[in-house]
Design a protein around this ligand. Structure first.
Ligand SMILES: NC(=O)c1ccc[n+]([C@@H]2O[C@H](COP(=O)([O-])OP(=O)(O)OC[C@H]3O[C@@H](n4cnc5c(N)ncnc54)[C@H](O)[C@@H]3O)[C@@H](O)[C@H]2O)c1
Length: 303
């Protein structure tokens, strides 16, 4: 089928594009390269169309989205810390940019699968978190994702099909520092035979989900008969940062212990997705285990 991936030169978007090409779909990537890199798409560049436009440019966007079967909308600014100092820009791109896609979908009738985020929940009180929990973001980035969800709710009432996937912490090759930076940092330290550094007591938990599993969930959402839903996409497993360090140290075979430093202000204490809705609506289940992937990375770095 004929799909668009916005933000296709970014971390998840480039993996998704490759996955869709492998599944024999025709892909046009839209990205203004403000954060992404076209080289990420090198292995498939000859098989896809790449269009360098800003999702805020409504007329240009409209021309590219004519005659497509569906849009995977991932383009966004994604750095929580940066969102405090660039609030207006974050709102413009993440909220108004999403509305552009939804408006054009209303005109042309294609389905939209868009990237929401676990950040819409804010400080999660009930673990694992279910989709109908209170949405109470604690930073401007999370707020933009919540506003985008509200817009999807509004436009689906006007007849469009839009599914929001609330990604948790996505990891994989080229992972985004804002979400899975801790994995990159631990692996880099271990490669230099240095102790991983933990900020805080290390008991804060995260739900890390593999990027290929996220790509699969996204395609299943596009193909599903579901018109509108907001769905958690995580591994369903909580791992503490201390636990993560221990796995990496153990797999490396080094005889070292992590170093503890003062915690980061505003760090979320606990995160874990309840993924039963994704299983039910999309017939999706994550396949890759973090532990196996980490072992593979450590093996590769040794060879
Ligand atoms: N990485 C994660 O763990 C994670 C978790 C939750 C949600 N998400 C969401 O998933 C999506 C992809 O995240 P990512 O980690 O791949 O981020 P990323 O920064 O690697 O990719 C985002 C892409 O969007 C592009 N972009 C930004 N503004 C644009 C604009 N105005 N016009 C056109 N292109 C634009 C950037 O150049 C970049 O290539 C985002 O919507 C993000 O909020 C990611």
């Amino acid at each position: 089928m004929n799909f668009i991936v916005t933000g296709g030169a970014g971390f998840i978007g480039s993996h998704l594009t490759k996955y869709l090409v492998e599944h024999r779909h025709f892909i046009t990537v839209i990205d203004n390269l403000c954060k992404g890199k076209k080289e990420k798409l090198d292995p498939v560049l000859k098989d896809i169309e790449f269009v360098n436009i800003d999702i805020l440019n409504f007329e240009k966007l409209r021309r590219v989205l004519k005659n497509v079967d569906g849009v995977f909308h991932l383009a966004a600014l994604t750095d929580v810390r940066e969102s405090f100092s660039r609030e207006k820009e974050y709102f413009d791109i993440n909220v108004n940019g999403t509305e552009n896609i939804l408006k054009i979908s209303k005109e042309f009738g294609f389905k939209v699968v868009f990237a929401s985020s676990a950040a819409v929940y804010g400080n999660i009180t009930q673990i694992p978190v279910v989709e109908n929990s209170e949405r109470k973001p604690i930073n401007p980035y999370g707020e933009t994702k919540l506003q985008a969800e509200y817009l999807s709710e509004k436009y689906t009432k006007l007849g469009i099909n839009a599914i929001g996937l609330r990604y948790f912490n996505v990891y994989g090759k080229g992972q985004n520092n804002a979400y899975a930076g801790v994995i990159t940092k631990f692996l880099e330290r271990i490669a230099d035979r240095k102790q991983p550094i933990i900020f805080g007591d290390g008991l804060q938990t995260r739900d890390f989900v593999y990027v290929q599993d996220v790509a699969e969930a996204s395609l299943l959402a596009m193909k599903s008969k579901v018109d509108h839903a907001l769905i958690n996409i995580g591994s369903g497993i909580a791992i503490s940062i201390k636990g993560l360090a221990e796995i990496i140290i153990e797999s490396s075979g080094l005889d070292i212990k992590p170093i503890y430093k003062e915690g980061v202000h505003g760090d979320i204490k606990a995160s874990q997705a309840d993924i039963r809705l994704a299983m039910k609506l999309l017939n999706w289940e994550p396949k890759t285990k973090l532990e196996d992937w980490l072992k593979e990375q450590l093996m590769d770095s040794r060879n």
